[in-house]
Write a protein that binds this ligand. Structure first.
Ligand SMILES: [Zn+2]
Length: 301
């Protein structure tokens, strides 16, 4: 049996302090890296068996969860914001969220033995999918803030998690024009506006700070200054939209290959020198809307 463990590179321990825990929630790059590893293991396979070791995670599993999955083929493994979506040939969609500590383990078995031996199960292995291709996918979640739900045909777009969700930052619908529209007339600070999932889906505290630093924009700047009065893009918003895409793409690449771990530009670097070439600033930490923001007061204006 070959076991591959896929989990965010940074994981809180059971005793992590509250402030640190918030900082370590998986963001879009972590979830996308998980999707890219689940896809080749799950897509096209039939779900032979679903083992639920508990009645609930953050919420109870939906009724008949296992029986509605068993016998169905997985058509696609997608991501929307920080949610993973398995579309089945029945039309149902399995909605999965890693919460704070959720991870998937992929085991590829030899043809003769296809069930996970109970002896090797971890006490936090809560869901085990046994697939027709000899793969088992196990969801492990010590803190159980993860979510698994089942949506009927056509109900994904209207689900409360997605109805108000903005464009995918790495998709073609997100760019300077869309971001300018979302920021027009907004009096809130730029950092707070970027965390609003209606402006852009899946951007969290870490990569909002990182993108603002790359774009050379202050997190304290009023959002409306990035668009014209009629909502047209300014050069600043062009820079910011490009920075959002590039910090996320680079982070996904790092998650896929953790040995190439690169450090953040500003995140959790309070008091350290700015990495912008030619800048002599020092990274500062402030609190905005209850969350830490890291930025360079010299090169971010
Ligand atoms: Zn700087």
């Amino acid at each position: 049996m070959v076991a591959e463990v896929y989990q965010p590179a940074v994981r809180p321990t059971q005793k992590a302090p509250p402030r640190g825990m918030m900082a370590l929630m998986p963001e879009l790059p972590e979830v996308e890296a998980v999707r890219r590893r689940l896809e080749p293991a799950m897509r096209g396979a039939r779900i032979e068996h679903v083992l639920l070791r508990r009645k609930d995670l953050r919420r109870p599993f939906p009724r008949a969860f296992a029986s509605r999955l068993e016998g169905r083929r997985i058509r696609s493994v997608d991501r929307r914001g920080k949610y993973l979506l398995l579309t089945l040939d029945s039309g149902d969609t399995v909605l999965m969220h890693l919460g704070m500590t959720g991870s998937f383990r992929i085991d590829r078995h030899s043809k003769r033995r296809r069930s996970t031996p109970e002896a090797t199960a971890d006490r936090h292995d809560h869901v085990v999918f046994t697939l027709s291709n000899g793969v088992t996918v196990t969801f492990n979640d010590p803190r159980r803030f993860g979510v698994m739900d089942l949506l009927g045909d056509g109900l994904v777009a209207s689900h409360q998690a997605f109805a108000a969700m903005g464009p995918e930052p790495l998709g073609t619908s997100f760019g300077a024009a869309a971001l300018a529209q979302a920021l027009t007339g907004r009096r809130t600070s730029l950092k707070v506006a970027l965390l609003d999932q209606r402006a852009v889906a899946g951007l969290g505290n870490i990569y909002a700070s990182e993108a603002l630093h790359r774009a050379g924009l202050s997190p304290l700047r009023r959002s409306s200054t990035l668009a014209t009065a009629t909502g047209r893009p300014t050069p600043r918003v062009v820079r910011l939209a490009a920075a959002v895409k590039s910090v996320l793409r680079e982070a996904i690449a790092r998650k896929e290959n953790p040995y190439r771990a690169g450090r953040f530009r500003v995140y959790e670097r309070e008091g350290e020198p700015c990495r912008t070439s030619g800048c002599r600033g020092t990274i500062r930490r402030i609190t905005q809307a209850g969350r830490s923001t890291f930025y360079c007061p010299v090169c971010q204006r």
